[in-house]
Design a protein around this ligand. Structure first.
Ligand code: NAD
Length: 459
């Protein structure tokens, strides 16, 4: 549904009333809702596949990338009782007699705003965390993936009462109307620029946020590699969804001595994956819209195209492209590419590559291909990024036990698996004091007690 401000306020008020009944605090209720979500997602497979085909010409195989979180629903159903249990923690001796516990509690009404590149996953995956943690909420899928946005709204409307979980579709204006309301948590996926707008709006109500943003994720390739798999895994991670993946390798930073062999192999794999003419491949996506197509097309004006570079504006097609002859000052190196263009930079020693990366905003993901364990450790020790994957690309996103998120410009907070439950929970600290003993130390008069407090503090 696309709504007026007053209707948004009305849904929010109804959700507040529903939340106040305490129903969502019940673990059985949450499990029931997760089961409903699981069933609905499973039933909507074909609709999701058709929608991402219509939005991005996504092949059916890649449509299932929208559902990589599915096992997390099962996991949440299985583990929710233990996650939601108050956890006993130790208390210092001077507090005796006492018991301390941490109670995970729902935050209240949450807002989830998604991006267009994995338009189903980016709203439904956080939603599962919000439900598991006992919240009510509103989700707003990206208007740019128009077909998937409708499917998300349909699924949510048919599965949940809007007093509990609602989907609101619409563009920037609706987003702004939502942000004008007071939520108890905002979970946003999108670009850094809009992330700042969201955080500013949230600050007005002191609403905490998770910001899942983007950035330029480097792919560093050492001279000591398994060439075949390195090339294959880079080609896959860069060109799935036609490069419109937040964790796609943005650019290659390759040791000079392996550069030509690596590029040769990548060329080979592009052909193996997508054929002589990727425009004819049933497995190759299109750019989401004209604006993005034009933005990407501008990047092709600089450097030397060594493979690809073919475009068809009517179809919003850009072939898998590798651009050499690029330097750090080139236009393509100034912002996230988010498309099927892979610029190549080279380095001679790893320290130099690390220094370049460290002089730029912290990336969402960092990829390092090397068989050398010491260099792997050096990368981990000397660089900062949301996440790292050694000797592969993108797949770290699909490990539920690894919290996923950025750092610095690439985001705030994380989710996936138990981290999603944590994100949407408030951990309430509770101390229960016993009454059968009451030491006089803390009470005035303090005469002769300074020594004692010093002993406790500096013990
Ligand atoms: P975007 O920031 O343009 O839009 C995201 C959402 O914000 C949309 O729902 C949109 O309606 C809303 N929005 C846009 N402008 C707004 C405004 N002025 N005020 C309020 N709301 C507004 O991002 P996008 O183009 O949809 O997605 C691409 C970006 O998202 C890339 O930078 C990519 O790296 C990032 N991304 C990050 C992740 C992640 O998990 N970290 C995942 C996917 C995409």
């Amino acid at each position: 549904m696309s709504l007026e401000q007053s209707s948004i306020t009305k849904i929010l008020n109804q959700q507040r009333q529903f939340f106040a009944t305490g129903k969502t605090k019940n673990i059985e209720f949450r499990i029931e809702q997760l089961k409903k979500l699981k069933k609905a997602v499973s039933n909507y497979q074909e609709k999701i596949a058709a929608a991402v085909k219509a939005d991005l010409n996504r092949p059916k195989f890649e449509a299932y990338f929208e559902l990589t979180f599915f096992t997390e629903i099962n996991d949440a159903i299985k583990k929710l009782k233990s996650w939601a249990k108050p956890r006993r923690v130790s208390t210092p001796i001077e507090q005796f007699p006492a018991g301390a516990k941490i109670y995970p509690e729902p935050l209240g009404i949450v807002l989830i705003i998604g991006a267009w590149n994995y338009p189903f996953q980016l709203v439904i995956s956080p939603l599962l965390g919000a439900i598991a943690a006992g919240n009510c909420g509103i989700i707003k899928p990206s208007e740019i993936a128009v077909n998937t946005s409708e499917v998300v709204a349909d699924l949510i409307t048919k599965t949940f009462d809007s007093n509990y979980i609602a989907a609101i579709t619409g563009g920037v204006e609706i987003s702004q109307q939502l942000l004008a309301e007071k939520f108890d948590y905002i979970f946003f996926t999108g670009g850094t620029k809009v992330g700042k707008i969201v955080m500013e709006a949230a600050a007005k109500n002191l609403t905490p946020v998770t910001l899942e943003l983007g950035g330029k994720s480097p792919c560093i390739v050492d001279d000591n590699i398994q060439l075949e798999y390195t090339a294959k895994r880079i080609t896959w991670g860069k060109f799935i969804n036609a490069g419109q993946t937040c964790v796609a390798p943005d650019y290659l930073l390759v040791n000079k001595s392996v550069k030509s062999d690596l590029l040769e192999k990548i060329k080979q794999f592009i052909k193996e994956f997508y054929g002589e003419n990727p425009a004819d491949s049933p497995d190759y996506c299109r750019i989401i819209n004209e604006k993005q197509f034009n933005r990407l097309n501008d990047f092709l004006q600089e450097g030397k195209i060594i493979i690809g570079g073919e475009i068809n504006s009517k179809e919003r097609y850009i072939s898998p492209t590798i651009v050499d002859g690029i330097n750090w000052d080139s236009a393509i190196m100034q912002s996230e590419i988010f498309g099927p263009i892979l610029p190549v930079l080279e380095y001679e020693n790893l320290d130099e590559a690390i220094a370049q990366i460290n002089s730029r905003p912290q990336p969402l993901s960092l990829y390092f291909f090397s068989l050398n364990k010491q260099k792997q450790e050096q990368i981990l020790r000397e660089t900062s990024s949301g996440n790292v994957c050694i000797n592969d690309t993108v797949v770290q996103f699909a490990v539920p036990s690894l919290p996923f998120g950025g750092v610095g410009n690439s985001g705030i907070g994380s989710y996936h698996g138990k981290a999603s439950f944590d994100t949407f929970s408030h951990y309430k600290s509770v101390l229960k004091r016993g009454l059968w003993l009451d030491l006089n130390i803390r009470y005035a008069p303090y005469k002769n007690k300074v020594g004692l407090i010093k002993k406790i503090i500096f013990r």
